[in-house]
Design a protein around this ligand. Structure first.
Ligand code: TXA
Ligand code: MG
Length: 319
């Protein structure tokens, strides 16, 4: 099916049009503080199936349900005292909690992939919040890019990948955080994905160190690391120098760079720049006939953990 994808303004008429499309079971991409999400009605199996189809996602991986408030989230998932304390501390914001699903939640099985848990997040971006309010229900939303490709942090990125496959994108400008949310499961607390909320902040709130779990537990095991966030060119990590025929993506002071994540070595700025810089580097590589994007080392703390996780996936062997 080929659609004309509309670019909607992030104003009242644009949001009203987006809500109408979502209520009809159509897909609308929208900005969050992390990355643009590909939104569909989380209660509708047909709408959620369309999300997988539009992304070309091969398997039914569980998705994140986006809600306007902790109160709305409590109707969908069971919150322990610990979960509620974290939600109060960090929502709205770039934290996703994996919690037991309520039987009466009314969420499609395709959102949870049939699991007894559900991933929930209350986004902070004012446009995401206004859209959730206008729509009046939970939105399932993975990143708004074709499966395996670089995540979108602008409406233009969304259109580059999904134009003709979704009804609309609400243009809310560039995303401030730039990497996806941190995913945490509880009892015991486990970091399933490093992301926009630094793990150190969660550890401070919990008063205990986090166990790594899920993907983060085996980032270097051969065969376990699925290629993701992949530009067209190959990616060489922790590159201290630029080699012949490479595009060099710098961080902080260092060798002369073609592009930089942050000239001053600021991790917040680097996270916000990451996906856009990978796209730019890929375009430069095509123009100059370079095969490889070399990326300067990025310290592995704070947002650096999320940045390095995404870079390792960008560099992973392609299927
Ligand atoms: O920042 C974000 O989180 C963005 C924006 C749009 O909100 N969304 C996003 O969604 O990154 P997605 O689909 O790319 O990531 C969802 C992740 C997947 O890695 C999935 O495995 C995990 O959440 N997940 C979802 N439900 C889960 C569950 N019940 N148990 C464990 N992991 C789950
Ligand atoms: Mg994604």
């Amino acid at each position: 099916m080929s659609l004309i994808t509309q670019r909607l303004a992030a104003d009242a008429p644009g949001l009203a049009a987006a809500a109408v499309a979502l209520r009809a079971g159509d897909l609308v991409a929208f900005p969050t503080e992390t990355v643009y999400g590909l939104g569909g009605d989380a209660r509708s199996g047909a709408a959620v199936a369309r999300i997988y189809e539009a992304k070309g996602r091969p398997r039914f991986n569980p998705l994140i349900a986006h809600l306007p408030s902790l109160e709305a989230a409590e109707k969908i998932a069971v919150f322990s005292d610990e979960a509620r304390a974290l939600a109060r501390a960090f929502w709205p914001g770039p934290l996703t909690l994996v919690l037991p699903l309520r039987a009466e939640a009314g969420i499609s099985d395709l959102v949870t992939a049939g699991l007894e848990t559900v991933a929930i997040r209350v986004p902070a971006h004012p446009v995401a919040r206004a859209l959730l309010e206008a729509f009046g229900g939970p939105l399932a939303a993975p990143s708004a890019n074709p499966s395996g490709k670089v995540s979108p942090t602008t409406a233009d990125h969304v259109l580059e990948g999904l134009s003709g496959r979704i009804a609309a994108v609400v243009d809310g400008g560039p995303c401030a955080v730039g990497v996806e949310s941190t995913i945490l499961s509880l009892a015991p607390p486990r970091l399933l994905r490093p992301g926009g909320l630094p793990a150190e902040a969660l550890e401070a709130a919990l008063g205990q160190p986090l166990e790594a779990g899920g993907d983060a537990a085996k980032p270097n095991a051969p065969g376990q690391l699925t290629s993701h966030y992949a530009p067209g060119a190959a990616v060489r990590l922790a590159a201290a120098e630029k080699r012949l025929g490479e595009i060099y993506l710098g961080f902080g002071p260092g060798p002369a760079a073609d592009l930089t994540l942050s000239a001053s070595g600021d991790l917040v700025e680097a996270a916000a720049a990451l996906f856009g810089a990978l796209r730019e580097a890929d375009k430069l590589a095509r123009t100059r006939g370079a095969q490889t994007i070399a990326v300067a080392p990025v310290p592995d703390h704070g947002l650096g953990r999320a940045i390095n996780d995404r870079l390792r996936r960008a560099a992973a062997p392609r299927p």
